[in-house]
Design a protein around this ligand. Structure first.
Ligand code: M6R
Length: 594
């Protein structure tokens, strides 16, 4: 699960490649490297660390390949970082994906000296083997691809030519004027050209600076459309914020608005790209929401919305588990896949499973032109702009907006929503309420009292149970504090045993139908001397260790508000612990391995 890039043209390759892999660091940032061709040989520089830690400017030449790594095979060290070369250092290669039969192939490559423990290095030695036996580099490349099991996006450099291939991992080409670009996604390329080709499964290609060809593995020419991408590429900058995560939390009033803008008209919801007729949607008997991590949490909120507002039976599934259940799906099911990146391997596998069983699949994604956006029957973009912090924040709230709109839309079709105008007006008030909360809250102060805890428990009920899960995930991923999220009433069925005077318990308890019940749950914590941090719309009660007051809105919109304090709390705690907030250890922004 890595980011790869390549360039061929007349410009300085290393500076373009540095920019490409810097933009791709969301895919991994354990180590990185670049190889360029000049004066008849390939020079390579690589090391552990982030792109900003290494100066690549000494690499000369107008053609090169680049890589930023998230380790899957082999520890994080110099040897395992990419690019990898053949024994004679005449060809170098970068790879994203997992070669499942790497060990088997390694065994047949007798006489080759391997310098790394990676599955990727096997590929370059295999190509070398075919070349040594008399094949052209292109024929050797294709023969090698046919032997690989698993997933790959590959770029190989040999002299002034690049060889690319894709199966199971994304790879896009940018077609410039006398220059070609390659990257794991289109965003880093769009600074240079808007003419983008998305390689399809099983494609391979050869690139020259002024030409290219794309074939399938039978060496038959395939026609891949050049798409002109006109979407806004946000300037990837932190502005006046110390971290991307904080900037993205503060962007939420704007990104929430962008998620509903143009989708509400005459008190009705309309979507441009669903591609499923209203007649078909009216017959939907069940919704299956699928995602991973934070997107899965958004799915759980969606489950409450679709049952409560649209009165449609809904299941929420982990993408990684879905297909192993051999799920029972029929034409009355609507499968909705949630993903920020649109590249998550587990979610892609789940879509394949659902489609193979004839289900209609909708994607709600942020990544424009991403793999998921291109494989679903219909889709809704979040339009949240690039999310750089590894911890998802603004895309979570945008997912909630789209799910809310969809629940009102389906409910209106089914006649279960009586007053859509009221519901949609309430949604449009949310950005201002969040802005007000962001301007004035006590969360940094609260975090300074709890930042050195070892464990934390998050509790919520009903619509706020998923926010308890999300709060716990945010805290663990960026501050490395062990945290659990539970439905508040479940605490007494086990986790209550953990509570003592050192355990902060963050309770999301806005006023609403379950308010008295969650107050009883809080009493159970207080009786065991737990520290109670309550996030509530009613800041008047005494007896809590901390009260974080949030604005009051309808219960079905409350997660949009209540998630903001849990995001901020984890941010400030992680910052106080000196953690790398935007790039937490062991993680990557986009998880493209199963
Ligand atoms: O790109 P996706 O939304 O499909 O990614 C899913 C998860 O990997 C992601 O939400 C992950 O859990 C985040 N790091 C959470 O902050």
């Amino acid at each position: 699960m890595c980011g790869i890039g390549a360039y061929i043209g007349d410009k300085d390759a290393s500076s373009i490649l540095t920019s490409i892999i810097r933009d791709l660091e969301y895919r991994g940032y354990d180590s990185c490297g670049i190889a360029t061709y000049s004066d008849g040989k390939i020079n390579c520089k690589k090391d552990i660390g982030k792109v900003s830690d290494i100066d690549f400017s000494s690499l000369k030449g107008n053609v090169g390949i680049a890589h930023t790594r998230w380790a899957t095979h082999g520890i994080v060290n110099f040897e395992n970082s990419h690019p990898h070369s053949d024994c004679d250092k005449k060809m170098y290669l970068v790879h994203n994906g997992i070669i499942e039969n790497a060990d088997e192939l390694r065994n047949i490559l007798a006489g080759h000296e391997f310098t790394s423990k990676t599955d990727s290095e096997v590929i370059i030695h295999l190509i070398e083997d075919f070349v040594n036996a008399g094949d052209t580099v292109e024929d050797a490349f294709v023969k090698c691809l046919k032997l690989l099991e698993g997933a790959y996006a590959i770029v190989l450099i040999h002299e002034e030519k690049l060889y690319v291939a894709r199966k199971g991992s994304p790879l896009v080409l940018g077609v410039g004027n006398n220059e070609m670009f390659v990257a794991s996604d289109s965003v880093p390329i769009q600074k240079y050209t808007r003419n983008i080709i998305f390689l399809e499964e099983g494609d391979y290609g050869v690139l020259w600076k002024d030409n290219y060809k794309i074939n399938n593995l039978d060496s038959v020419d395939v026609d891949r459309e050049i798409k002109i991408l006109n979407n806004n590429i946000d300037e990837i900058s932190k502005g006046s914020f110390e971290h991307f995560m904080l900037k993205e939390i503060y962007e939420q009033p704007k990104t929430i608005e962008r998620a509903f803008l143009g989708r509400i008209s005459d008190d009705k919801v309309k979507f441009g790209g669903l591609n499923i007729s209203e007649d078909v949607l009216k017959k939907i008997k069940r919704i299956i929401l699928i995602g991973c991590g934070t997107s899965w949490h958004a799915g759980i909120v969606g489950g409450y919305l679709f049952e409560d507002i649209s009165k449609i039976q809904t299941k929420v599934e982990y993408a990684s588990e879905f297909r192993y259940k051999n799920p029972v799906i029929d034409e009355n099911d609507l499968v909705i896949v949630l993903s920020q990146s649109g590249e998550t391997a587990d979610s892609i596998a789940a879509i394949k499973e659902a489609k193979s069983k004839g289900a209609k699949v909708i994607g709600i994604v942020n990544g424009v032109g991403s793999t998921i956006s291109r494989m679903v029957d219909g889709g809704i973009y979040l339009h949240a702009g690039s999310e750089i912090g590894v911890a998802s924040t603004k895309t979570f709230s945008s997912h909630l907006v789209v799910l809310y709109l969809l629940s009102v839309y389906l409910g209106s079709l089914k006649g279960t929503v009586r007053d859509p105008a009221k519901m949609l007006n309430e949604l449009q008030e949310i950005p201002a309420l969040i802005s007000g909360f962001l301007e004035n809250n006590n969360i940094e102060g609260v975090s300074s009292k709890y930042f050195d805890c070892d464990n934390a428990l998050y509790l919520g009920r009903d619509y706020n149970f998923p926010i308890a899960l999300e709060g716990a995930l945010k805290l663990k991923e960026i501050s490395y504090i062990h945290a659990e999220g539970y439905p508040a009433a479940e605490m007494k069925h086990g986790p209550i045993a953990l509570i003592d005077k050192n355990m902060p318990v963050i309770v999301i308890a806005p006023e609403g139908r379950l308010y008295p019940k969650i107050m009883s749950n809080i009493s159970e914590v207080k009786s065991r001397k737990g520290k109670v941090i309550v996030i509530t719309t009613n800041g008047l009660e005494d007896g809590f260790d901390e009260v974080i007051k949030i604005p009051k809105v309808s219960e079905y919109l409350m997660p949009l508000i209540s998630v903001v304090p849990v995001q901020l709390l984890s941010y400030y705690i992680a910052k106080k612990r000196g953690c790398d907030v935007d790039r937490p250890r062991n993680l990557a922004k986009s998880v493209t391995v199963e």
